[in-house]
Design a protein around this ligand. Sequence first.
Ligand code: F6P
Length: 432
Amino acid sequence: MSQPDTLKPTSDATSLGLAPPPKLAFAMVGLPARGKTFIARKIARYLSWLGHSTRVFNVGSYRRAQLGRQHHSFFDPRNEAYVVARRDVALAALDDMLAYLGGNGDIAIYDATNSTRERRALVRTRCFAQGVEVVFVESICNDQTIVETNIRATKARSPDYEGVPEEDAVRDFRLRIAHYESEYEEVGEDEGPFIKVIDVGRKMTLHRIQGYLPARVVHFLLNLHIQPRSVWLTRHGESTFNVLGRIGGDAPLSDAGRACTHDLARIARGRFGSRVQVWTSTLRRTIETAEILGLPFRSWRALDEIDAGACDGMTYAEIAEEMPHEFEARKADKFRYRYPRGESYQDVIQRLEPVIFELEREREPVIVIGHQAVLRALYAYMMDRPPRECPTISIPLHTIVELEPTAYGCDERRIDLAPAPLDPKRFRQNVG
Ligand code: F6P
C-alpha cells in the first residue's frame, strides 16, 4: 500500500527541490581578535538552522586541548619548535574537518588565523584532494576600538587566561597579535574564492563567489553587527481559538488575552519607551496584540503560523478521530510532517529566512509578536538549538522570551504576563 503524501519524509535540502548539499569549507582568515570565531559560529548557526550538517573546527580549542595554555612567545614565528607544534595542531583540526566532510557533514568552518599564503595553500590543497570546495572568509578590522573591545570581552576571558589578571591577559594578548602581524598576508585573488569582511561589515569585498550557499552566506554576513540589543519573542494574547483548543484560523483575542496584553504593553513601554521595532504576522490575533501595545508595527506574512492545511480550525482530538493516519504521522515525526495542503516545521524554517536576516540587521530592540510554531523556529535559531528540537521547544502563551545576543551565544530570560500588577517573583532567570 502506498503511503499518503503527507507521510513521505521531507528530510533535507533535496526534498525542498534543491540540489544535494555541496561539501564546502569556509576557512577563516585574520589576525587574532578580529571576530573570526564570532563570524564562524554565526555562519554555522545559520546553516545548521537551514538544515545543513555544519560544524566549526576551532584550532585554538585543539591547541588548548593538546598543548594547554600558552604564553605569547609560543606564537612567535621565529621560534621553530613552536611553529611546528602549531602547524601540527592546525593539521589535526584540518584532518578532523576532512573526516567530517567525508562522512555526514555537509559544511565545515575552519576557524584558525590562516594568516599566511603558505598555510592557506596547504588548506586548499588538502581540501581539493578530497573534493571539498574552499571559500576564505577574511575578517579585517582596522578600527582599534573594536579590536580592544573584543580583546577585553572575549580574549581576556578565554580559557587561555583563566585566573590571570585582566591587564596581564590583555598585555600578553596584544603581544600575541604582534607576532601574527609580523607575518600576516591578506588573501590574494590568486588564492581562489574569498569574502573579506572589513570593520565588522562596514565594507565587504567578494572574489569568485559562486553557487547558492556561498551567496546566501554573503547575504547573511552583510547583516551582521555586534551592537547589543534585546529581542523579545512573545505569542499573541490568548485567542478565542486557543480557548476552544482549535489550531490555525484567524480568531480574535479572548478577554483574558486582551488583559494579559495590557501587561505586555506596560512592561514593554517601561523598558523601551517607543524605541523598539514591533513585528507581527498578518493574522488578526497578533495585530490586535500590537494594537494594544500602541506602537507602530510591521506585519510579515513570513511570521504567519504554521499552515495546518486540511486540519486548519480542528482540535487535536478531532484530527485523531477523523484523520488518524495524519495524527499518527505527525506524532512520529513532528519536525518533518507536512499537513495535507499545509506546512511542516521544516517549511516554516525556510520561509523565516528573511526574518532572520532582518533580525540580525536591526540595531534597535525588536518585539516579535508571533505564534507557537513560528516562535519555536526563531528561538531555535537564536539559541542555536538543533532544528529537529523545534516542535518541542516551550513557548507558552502570555510569556515574554527575552533574548540578548552575546559574543558567542544568547542570554535568555522569561517574564510571565498576567492581568494582575507585576510581581517580582514572576521573573525567571534562564541563561543559554
Ligand atoms: O494551538 C496554537 C497553535 O499556534 C496552532 O495554530 C498551531 O497549529 C500550533 O499552535 C502549533 O503547535 P504544534 O506544532 O505543537 O501543534
